[in-house]
Ligand binder design. Structure first.
Ligand code: ATP
Length: 297
């Protein structure tokens, strides 16, 4: 399957600070990819590298088979909405649409108007007078009307109220279903991502901690509860991601590629939010072997 984004040993440094370290990833096309991780993990840096606003310090990155930002044709294939939904404060909503039409050869004026109508934005309103959420809606409309093959969104719903957030995700999903594009979006709201995304990348401490299709990640992570025992006594097929103990009982979050049955323990599936939080909390331990292999494949 063609990769929308392919990174090999991707490293980005700002002076002496390393924002991304040796990241290797392959994201299949047609996915809605959630990018999660703690503050400062490198998410915005990865997204800005993918749309060509930054260049790697070392390693390689290919997006839709080309080098990010390598020319007008490549730029036209990628839509990007930065974290603070940048718009021109002095221009009205309608003027933004006219500017978009001038700057983008593949501009879909009907789509842009439909998005503005659907979000209730006043075309005569200056962007500087829009609320944060309204600016985010305008920025999304502009990015979609480019008709990109890959849409990159950096925390697109951070400024939206819960209802607007739900509408934003529904509109995005409807667009993806109709046009079959790929989406890469970062967010701290994992419960939203659970509804929207079918692929997940977790960055922790500038590295890829976990990457894969959500179904596969959920099918291979479990919570095990047993009488107190040492993690070393668990079967070798298990990778322990988290271990917690009381005097009598041990609870492990494990990753397992095979189905395990043992009357001595209770084994339950875990949700995506728990899965992400457990991996984020395990920042000081090595990534589980399976995800290191996955990142290399
Ligand atoms: N322009 C810059 N100059 C120097 N350091 C930077 C710059 N941009 C980012 N960094 C540093 O790089 C690291 C990664 O930052 P980045 O913004 O990519 O993280 P993030 O995961 O998007 O964080 P957040 O969730 O807080 O938005 C951080 O340590 C940050 O301080």
């Amino acid at each position: 399957m063609t990769a929308v984004l392919e990174a090999r040993g991707l490293t980005k440094r700002y002076g002496r600070r390393t924002a991304l370290r040796e990241c290797t990833l392959s994201v299949p096309e047609g996915r809605v990819v959630g990018l999660v991780g703690p503050n400062g993990a490198g998410k915005s840096t990865l997204l800005q590298l993918a749309c060509g606003l930054l260049t790697p310090t070392s390693g390689t990155l290919s997006v839709l088979g080309g080098r990010p930002g390598s020319g007008p044709a490549q730029l036209a294939r990628v839509g990007f909405v930065a974290q603070d939904s940048p718009v021109y404060k002095g221009l009205t909503v309608a003027e933004h649409l006219r500017l978009g039409a001038k700057l983008n050869a593949g501009w879909d004026a009907a789509l842009a108007r439909a998005r503005i109508d659907a979000t209730g934005l006043d075309p005569a309103q200056r962007a500087g007078r829009l609320s944060g959420g309204q600016r985010a809606q305008l920025a999304l409309a502009l990015a979609l009307a480019k008709r990109p093959e890959l849409l990159i969104l950096d925390e697109p719903v951070a400024a939206l109220d819960p209802l607007a957030r739900r509408e934003f995700h529904q509109a995005l999903m409807a667009y993806v279903a109709e046009h079959g594009i790929s989406v890469l979006l970062s967010s701290h709201l994992v419960s939203d991502l659970e509804r929207t995304c079918d692929h997940l990348i977790t960055l922790v401490g500038s590295r890829v901690r976990l990457a894969g299709d959500v179904d596969e990640l959920l099918a291979t992570h479990f919570r095990l509860t047993t009488a107190r025992r040492d993690p070393g006594s668990l079967p070798g097929e298990l990778t322990v991601v988290q271990a917690q103990h009381t005097e009598r009982q041990s609870t492990f979050v494990v990753r397992s590629m095979i189905e395990l049955r043992d009357p001595a323990w209770r084994m339950e599936p875990i949700g995506l939010e728990d899965l992400v939080l457990v991996h984020m909390a395990a920042r000081d331990t090595a990534a589980p072997a399976a995800s290191r292999q996955e990142a290399r494949s």
